[in-house]
Design a protein around this ligand. Structure first.
Ligand code: HEC
Ligand code: HEC
Ligand code: HEC
Ligand code: HEC
Ligand code: HEC
Length: 195
């Protein structure tokens, strides 16, 4: 019975880790469904073969237009091309009645943080996957998760509950922005990002 204390202690540690790693995130994040399935890989791959900037445009004034409006989809999907359920819904629920699709933005930052794609993509020449990983070639949409306390998308913190990313593009907390700026010899005052 010499090891009994150690066994009890270790089971306590294991139980605490299980709560921290699996149960805490389940309680902390709420999953919300995307309004529609969207297959980036199909559109950007060989089959359709359109480039990112055909849908993710910059306006003439340099403003990034973000997720394309449904009018962009209508250029090809005014009537269904194929026969999938998602495309049927796209045409019937959005294109025909001309309703915008309420996509949820994984990388959405809190309102107090300012971010410009023009600066990073056009001037800084930073490629999309550096910050967004493989999203532009993925075939399915990940579940969108919101932090119940802060209301922020899980992507700001990153998927790993420890906050330590296992892939370099995961997470977009303040320290990640500042680290990349430092690597490029940029020193920004607080008001550069908090306007
Ligand atoms: C046919 C139009 C189309 C093309 C082409 C396209 N996208 Fe998208 N993109 C979308 C739509 C619609 C969404 C919203 C659904 C989603 O999150 O995937 C989106 C969302 C995204 C997002 C998610 C932003 C967020 O945080 O929620 C990223 C990143 C992105 N696209 C990158 C790319 C890249 C990189 C390419 C080129 C390799 C590309 N896209 C090509 C239509 C397109
Ligand atoms: C340049 C033309 C083009 C544009 C623009 C375009 N698509 Fe497509 N899309 C296609 C083609 C081609 C297919 C393949 C049709 C097939 O064979 O099923 C497709 C397939 C689809 C499908 C069915 C595939 C599936 O996985 O269910 C959906 C849904 C879809 N597109 C959504 C969109 C949305 C949303 C937009 C606007 C953000 C958009 N598309 C813009 C050409 C386009
Ligand atoms: C330096 C990092 C970085 C790079 C490079 C980058 N993004 Fe983003 N992206 C972000 C951040 C941060 C947000 C959230 C912005 C916000 O909430 O104000 C975002 C948001 C988005 C969104 C959501 C829609 C919106 O309204 O902003 C899309 C779509 C997107 N990015 C696509 C792209 C594409 C396509 C590229 C390459 C041409 C790209 N991004 C390059 C960091 C980046
Ligand atoms: C992968 C590297 C990288 C990451 C990550 C990154 N940045 Fe930057 N940022 C740059 C570079 C490079 C420039 C300078 C671009 C230029 O002017 O050539 C820049 C410039 C800026 C500027 C100053 C220019 C302006 O538009 O006023 C702001 C503000 C900024 N970034 C905010 C952010 C925020 C907020 C985040 C995190 C959400 C972020 N950045 C993440 C590389 C990065
Ligand atoms: C390069 C851009 C950048 C700079 C410079 C920067 N921040 Fe941030 N900050 C962010 C981003 C992006 C967030 C949101 C993501 C997060 O919570 O980490 C944030 C979040 C915060 C928050 C938490 C607010 C919340 O809603 O969660 C505080 C407080 C803050 N910053 C203070 C500061 C102060 C003070 C400075 C100057 C010493 C500073 N920041 C400089 C980008 C920046």
């Amino acid at each position: 019975m010499k090891y009994r204390g150690a066994v009890v202690f270790l089971s306590g540690v294991v139980a605490a880790l299980a709560v921290g790693w699996y149960l805490f995130p389940l309680a902390l994040y709420r999953t919300e469904a995307q309004p529609l399935g969207f297959d980036h890989g199909l559109h950007t791959g060989d089959q359709v073969g359109i480039t990112c900037d055909m849908c993710h445009e910059f306006a003439p004034d340099g403003r990034f237009k973000g997720i394309p409006a449904v009018a962009k989809c209508a250029e090809c999907h005014a009537t269904a091309i194929g026969s999938t359920a998602d495309e049927k819904r796209l045409v019937e629920e959005y294109i025909t009645p001309n309703r915008e699709i309420p996509w949820k933005v994984y990388s959405r930052q809190p309102d107090n943080a300012f971010f410009s794609h023009a600066t990073h993509v056009m001037q800084g020449k930073v490629e999309c996957p550096v910050c967004h990983g493989s999203h532009g070639s993925d075939s399915t949409l990940r579940p969108y998760q919101v932090n119940r306390i802060s209301g922020y998308s899980r992507d700001v913190w990153g998927p790993n509950i420890s906050g330590i990313p296992s892939e370099p593009w995961q997470g977009m907390k303040m320290d990640r922005c500042v680290r990349c700026h430092e690597e490029r010899d940029r020193v920004d005052g607080c008001v550069a990002c908090h306007k």
